[in-house]
Write a protein that binds this ligand. Structure first.
Ligand code: F6P
Length: 476
């Protein structure tokens, strides 16, 4: 089995002393590296002006290799281009994008730095798997340094239609550079279709099955691989976590009230203000529920240096205050709003305790909270998932959840009421349908199917033929 080199902006270097907080990306990468020799390469999370060599941490057959970024690199690449240009545009928010060519320069420079630093660790027979929007041009940089390895890319966030992608200044240098990968994976078929249309506009020729395209002498496979979770492991974690002190404390504090739960990073794509307004509408339209439910919104802060994130913080605080002020009573607070991050086990307990899970982003690549919420439920007495039609997860969980348009507060209010009133038999049958799907499509299967497709890419396209074709084309 070839060695696997995984590249992502952040690297979850194992810390035996730290809490178990692995996010979706870490669970996915760990599944890919399971039973394989491998390297996980990326940013250390540290800012340093010194030209430090890469730091290497060895854990059995895996090496974790990280580099620091200078404050200018961090500002231009991470805060600037990745999170103020690519993030909003790929989440359909062209209105929030703040483009400068300096930041694009920083983004391309850091990708070149990643390629320089990674280059010396790559062996000719390694497979390389690059993750996420921070590293769109990395394959191009690695090819320029002579690496002919199979290289795959997986986009964890959405891909909008070409109408929106074309609003990205100099898109050929970023989205267009995806054509240097052998395999490009997206979260949903909808994302893959959007990217296919974008490449068709750039002159790509798609094969009849629409999964392979040729462009400038290169052949690329483009497919959807909906990211998943370790379903059965997570279900076990949730069962066990219900016996923890944390779970008992929260349960006691509810005082018999039903729990409505939201868990999201503080990000404008998550639709938290819309959700709070929907909840306010619910209390307005269905006054009988007042005092009988508690809405807990767990929202760790993120990307605090980016101005749009400071704005959303302000907006959410104001809305929570308004709803609590308007509907609260001395013995009842409708919304509990918490800005801390919790361990996987604590979150699993909260999911299992909740009667309703609100996962209502305005746009989301997948949203693993939706999948974890389902996996964590008690099969005998499961809670109900209220899910945005704009989350990637809706392609898989649309039938078992209650789908909503987060822009419609009345529909959100009605969905919460329906979820709270849903009879046990219906809750169980919806849960069973979703759990069966998640158990059959878990994270191990996701990683293996991506890697199998990467291998297939190479077998379908002997690079030598491409090179010959290019040579003949150049000679006319
Ligand atoms: O969802 C995309 C993503 O980049 C994840 O990979 C990551 O866990 C999350 O956003 C958090 O982003 P950041 O690394 O900027 O805190």
């Amino acid at each position: 089995m070839p060695r696997l080199v995984v590249v992502s902006n952040r690297v979850a270097v194992p810390d035996p002393e730290g809490p178990r907080q692995a996010g979706g990306l870490a669970v996915a990468v760990n599944a890919a590296l399971k039973r394989r020799e491998g390297i996980w390469f990326g940013w250390s999370g540290e800012i340093s002006e010194d030209d430090n060599p890469p730091q290497v941490v060895q854990r059995r057959q895996r090496s974790f290799v990280t580099i620091d970024l200078s404050s200018t690199d961090f500002q231009e690449y991470y805060n600037g281009f990745a999170n103020r240009v690519l993030w909003p545009i790929l989440h359909y928010r062209v209105d929030l994008a703040e483009f400068t060519s300096v930041e694009l320069g920083g983004y391309l420079r850091v990708n070149a730095r990643f390629a320089d630093a990674l280059s010396r660790f790559i062996r000719p027979d390694d497979w390389i798997w690059v993750h996420d929007y921070h590293l769109l041009p990395l394959a191009k940089e690695l090819r320029a340094r002579g690496h002919d390895n199979p290289i795959g890319f997986f986009l964890h966030i959405p891909c909008p239609s070409p109408d929106i992608l074309l609003a990205l200044p100099q898109h050929l240098e970023t989205v267009g550079a995806l054509s240097h990968y052998d395999l490009v994976g997206t979260q949903t078929q909808h994302d893959a279709d959007n990217l296919r249309q974008y490449f068709e506009l750039q002159g790509a020729n798609f094969a009849r099955n629409r999964t392979y395209f040729d462009i400038e002498g290169r052949r690329v496979q483009l497919r959807a691989f909906p990211v998943a979770i370790a379903t059965r492991v997570y279900a076990r974690t949730a069962r066990t976590a219900m016996r923890s002190d944390f779970a008992n404390e929260v349960r006691d504090s509810l005082n018999g009230r039903s729990l409505i739960l939201g868990v999201d990073r503080l990000d404008y794509s998550k639709g938290i203000p819309h959700r709070i307004q929907g909840f306010g509408q619910f209390l307005e339209t269905f006054p009988d529920w007042r005092g009988r439910i508690t809405y807990l919104q767990v929202t760790p802060k993120s990307r605090s240096d980016v101005p749009e994130y400071a704005d959303i913080n302000q907006t959410v605080n104001t809305l929570v205050g308004q709803i609590n002020g308007r509907f609260g009573a001395p013995a009842w607070t409708p919304i509990r709003y918490v800005n801390r991050a919790y361990s996987r086990a604590s979150l699993a307990a909260l999911y299992r305790m909740a009667r309703v899970g609100l996962v209502t982003p305005l746009r989301d690549g997948m949203n693993l909270v939706a999948k974890e919420f389902v996996a964590a439920q008690n099969p005998e007495d499961p809670g109900v998932l209220v899910l945005s039609q704009f989350a990637g997860a809706a392609e898989e969980l649309g039938e078992g959840s209650i789908l909503v348009n987060p822009h419609e507060p009345e529909a959100m209010a009605a969905a919460i009421d329906t979820a709270l009133q849903m009879p046990l038999a219906e809750r169980q049958s919806r849960y069973r349908r979703m759990f069966r799907h998640l158990a059959a499509h878990d994270i191990d299967r996701w990683a293996e199917s991506f890697l199998a497709a990467l291998m297939e890419s190479r077998h379908t396209t002997p690079r030598i033929l491409d090179n010959l074709r290019q040579l003949f084309a150049a000679r006319g």
